[in-house]
Design a protein around this ligand. Structure first.
Ligand code: HEC
Length: 371
């Protein structure tokens, strides 16, 4: 027998039934009161220009607290979290921003510290060529220790920069990889922390433990970032780490306006960061492999935020009609176009596909039972 469930309160406008979870478990992250905003202003932070319009962030804490330790230098190289997670870049880092900062500072901005703001740590100060990955692609060097217990060895097949594989003083292998800073926003929908999930120290697979474990993971991640990327001598206090996590978890970022379709929550649509903050989430929500803890079946047509735009009357907003209907058709295509997964022996944690309305299979059990 299925256990009794409780359900989130969702907007009466929502065409979908609200998300539900077992009554004996902690509720998933749900909408906080007062999050819904007026149609004409959907972010509560300034919007920033991006290639197709503006992107904006909504903080459930209200104003962006720039006094938060996220914005303070806590290490030895003068960097803060905001050195690489820029408010103006949706809390990530674009190559354009890196170029602007290099030009403005003659390459002396702390972002370009040789430890990881260069292709290799041997880079000379202000040498742009030695920072091509950061300047051209917004990439930071992450150096990972191959554990002594590894049941594999790593060989460099192609080493264009000269530090793909180096030895630490104890002779252990260190591998250089070059990811972009992941955005420190929309984190309440995460199924893994970091590209390779290495900061998912507490699993994010259970609705009952999700939020507590996410806080544990993010606090540990913030400690490692302070010790590593800010080169601190000592870890920040638990209280400081909690402040950073509180700051991060309050952030929701989404496209706010589109150059052709204008405001993305106009005429009944639900785009933008305010609506995203209203989106409930728990691990397994709408799981295509049947892992929804409520027992609910997978619903492929789960993204309905632009459904009201499928057919619009020609009104005062007639000039946006064509573009808005095109957005709605794109959403319908996304919801209905079958994607065949063929020639794979097992489905594993291969992606960071974290759309809250679809759920994620990142850490779901191997459906074929292989290990
Ligand atoms: C030198 C640049 C840099 C600095 C400084 C920095 N980060 Fe990051 N951050 C990155 C990069 C690069 C990644 C992705 C690394 C990976 O996945 O291997 C990342 C990933 C993250 C993630 C993971 C997000 C996700 O979706 O998994 C969080 C959270 C985060 N950083 C928070 C912080 C905090 C908090 C601080 C300050 C204490 C900080 N970062 C400082 C570059 C930086």
């Amino acid at each position: 027998m299925r256990p009794p469930t409780r359900c989130l309160l969702t907007s009466p406008r929502s065409p979908r039934p609200p998300p539900c979870w077992p009554a004996n478990e902690t509720p998933p992250l749900g909408p906080a009161s007062g999050r819904r905003l007026a149609a004409e202003k959907i972010g509560n932070q300034p919007g920033f220009r991006d290639p197709s319009g503006t992107v904006s962030t909504y903080s459930t804490n209200g104003a962006l607290d720039t006094g938060n330790p996220f914005f303070q230098s806590m290490g030895t190289n003068g960097r803060s979290c905001a050195s690489c997670h820029l408010t103006s870049d949706a809390f990530g880092l674009s190559a354009t921003s890196a170029q602007v900062r290099f030009a403005a500072s003659g390459g002396t901005d702390r972002l370009f510290a040789a430890v990881d703001g260069a292709n290799c740590p041997s880079a000379a100060p202000s040498d742009a060529a030695a920072r091509s990955l950061l300047l051209n692609n917004g990439l930071i060097r992450v150096f990972l220790l191959v554990p002594a217990s590894a049941q594999f060895t790593v060989e460099a097949v192609h080493d264009p920069y000269g530090c793909a594989l180096v030895a630490d003083p104890q002779g252990a292998q260190i591998v250089s990889v070059y990811p972009r800073p992941l955005p420190t926003t929309n984190l309440s929908f995460l199924s893994a922390v970091m590209f390779d999930g290495r900061e998912t120290s507490a699993p994010l697979t259970n609705a009952g433990t999700f939020l507590a474990n996410l806080r544990t993971d993010l606090a540990h991640q913030a400690m490692d970032a302070t010790l590593g990327q800010a080169q601190a001598a000592a870890a920040p206090s638990d209280a400081t780490l909690a402040q950073i996590v509180d700051f991060e978890l309050a952030l929701f970022t989404a496209q706010e306006t589109d150059d052709a379709a204008d405001i993305l929550n106009a005429e009944g649509a639900n785009g933008g960061p305010g609506a995203l903050a209203d989106q409930g989430f728990y691990p397994g929500i709408n799981d295509p492999l049947g892992g929804n803890p409520t027992g609910a079946a997978f619903d492929p047509v789960s993204i309905t935020i632009y459904t009201p735009w499928l057919s619009l009357p020609s009104s005062d907003n007639g000039r946006y009609k064509g573009a808005r209907e095109a957005v709605a058709r794109g959403e319908a295509l996304f919801d209905t176009h079958p994607v065949a997964i063929t020639d794979v022996t097992r489905l594993i944690a291969a992606s960071r596909f974290e759309l809250p309305l679809l759920g994620s299979n990142q850490d779901s059990p191997d459906p074929e039972g292989a290990s």
